[in-house]
Design a protein around this ligand. Structure first.
Ligand code: AMP
Ligand code: GLY
Length: 421
């Protein structure tokens, strides 16, 4: 069987590598991918994620069994609808189902309608009304651009003034373009954040190990929000009862709700949650796998990934199994300056051998076709599975200490929250 993965980051590297390890898979193509992936035997094709008809032609010409869609913007652009219209199978939600991610306002409406616990909120396109709402509710309060803003359209405001300024920037100064033409203003939720992922087809879903991302750029959760600087799974201090509650009060009702809305969900559902004093509540839904969470979840999968996805696509029950060994932990190495301006072209350390996995994101071959150079914000990620979070940190950080990471940076405290209890 031949498969295609759409996307180019560390998430897609992890998906494609796991698919290639499956028994009946002879080739995995990645469009457009990154050069680092070729070190794992993946085949890159030079077609962009928004070139749906070229991708469809490629799939038809190369007898691809099905396509796994990685990124949110491809899903929001209706790539799955276009594949389906061409008679092709794609693992990911349709545009209408992916609206759970691409419109925060839609996600909120669904949550309210189907009684899914989330922060109280209001949606505004008029600045004066937004301002009045903020002044009435007080701080802390959270201001979010309605549309996709690559994780950067969220301001957790500690004062009323900050919140009003954020609403001003989004609604009047167009700081986030169209995605900020409406804002969602919501109650600040206090508690520990974690992510819950599920493979989904309609009302059937299969929960993955819990994960915790580290979104801020610097140690101690300081600095600007990023796509994610490291993660680990499962979250050892999160009791199974919390996961069970999240499944019953969040995952089940939202999937049943999507069916009632005529938007049945297929693909990976990603619930970003906060464990409050009143139980888990939703911060956001994403309509896809997380990056970097995929890179620490998929290494724990012990079943045949390609067979699992084939079964889910066919409406059959997949035989999904996970290792129960300790914890899988990963640290992202990024270009100095990320998430703001950064330089490219730094020579990267050699790919790790043995039990430490290297997943590449922004990586490109030099002209000699051998050296890998940095070519993006997040560049690569080291991942290991160990008995404890502490052991995982020791393995990864001692490897990073041996590498020349000049021109690059990483956080030194990935997983440390798990050590506090
Ligand atoms: P989002 O892009 O919606 O995931 O938000 C980015 C980050 O902002 C989250 O990871 C949280 O740390 C924080 N955040 C978002 N919404 C809330 C909320 N209602 N209460 C507290 N923190 C929040
Ligand atoms: N790790 C955060 C995200 O994928 O949105």
């Amino acid at each position: 069987m031949k498969l295609l993965v759409v996307g180019s980051g560390g998430r897609e590297h992890a998906i494609a590598k796991k698919l290639l390890e499956s028994k009946d898979v002879e080739k995995v193509f990645v469009a457009p991918g990154n050069d680092g992936m070729t070190l794992d035997g993946l085949d890159l094709i030079n077609i962009g994620i928004s070139e749906h008809s070229k991708l469809i032609d490629f799939v038809k010409a190369n007898d691809i069994a099905w396509t796994f869609i990685g990124p949110d913007d491809a899903l929001a652009a209706g790539i799955v609808d276009d594949f389906n219209a061409a008679g092709l199978k794609a693992f990911g939600p349709t545009k209408a189902a992916a609206e759970l991610e691409w419109s925060k306002d839609f996600a909120k409406e669904i949550m309210v309608k189907y009684d899914v616990p989330t922060a109280a909120y209001g949606t505004f396109s008029d600045f004066e009304e937004a301002k009045a709402y903020i002044e009435e509710k007080g701080a802390p309060i959270v201001v979010k651009a309605d549309g996709l803003a690559l994780g950067k359209g969220v301001v957790v405001a500690e004062t009323v003034e900050q919140a009003v300024e954020a609403a001003h920037e989004m609604l009047l100064d167009n700081k986030f373009g169209d995605s900020g033409a409406r804002v969602v203003i919501e109650e600040f939720l206090d508690g520990e954040e974690f992510s819950l992922f599920a493979f989904v087809n309609g009302d059937k879903f299969y929960i993955m190990p819990t994960a915790q991302d580290h979104k801020r750029a610097y140690d101690g959760d300081k600095g600007p929000n990023t796509g994610g600087m490291g993660a680990y799974a499962p979250v050892p201090h999160l009791p199974q009862s919390v996961v069970d509650t999240a499944v019953d009060t969040i995952v089940k009702p939202v999937l049943e709700g999507m069916i009632k809305e005529g938007r049945p969900y297929l693909g990976v559902l990603y619930a970003g949650l906060i464990l409050t004093a009143d139980g888990p509540k939703v911060i956001e839904f994403n309509s896809r796998f997380g990056d970097p969470e995929t890179q620490i979840i998929l290494p724990r999968l012990t079943s045949d990934f390609a067979q699992n996805i084939t079964d889910i696509l066919d409406g059959k029950k997949p035989a999904i199994t996970w290792t129960d060994k300790g914890v899988t932990l990963g640290v992202v190495v990024a270009s100095n300056g990320y998430p703001l301006a950064y330089e490219k072209g730094v020579k990267l350390p050699a790919k790790t051998e043995g039990d430490i996995i290297t997943y590449y994101a922004g990586a490109k071959f030099a002209e000699n076709g051998q050296d890998l150079l940095s070519n993006g914000g997040r560049v690569y990620m080291l991942v290991a599975t160990a008995d404890t979070v502490k052991d995982g940190q020791n393995i990864i950080y001692s490897q990073l200490n041996k590498q020349n990471t000049e021109g690059l940076f990483y956080r030194n405290d990935i997983g440390s929250k798990a050590l506090k209890d």
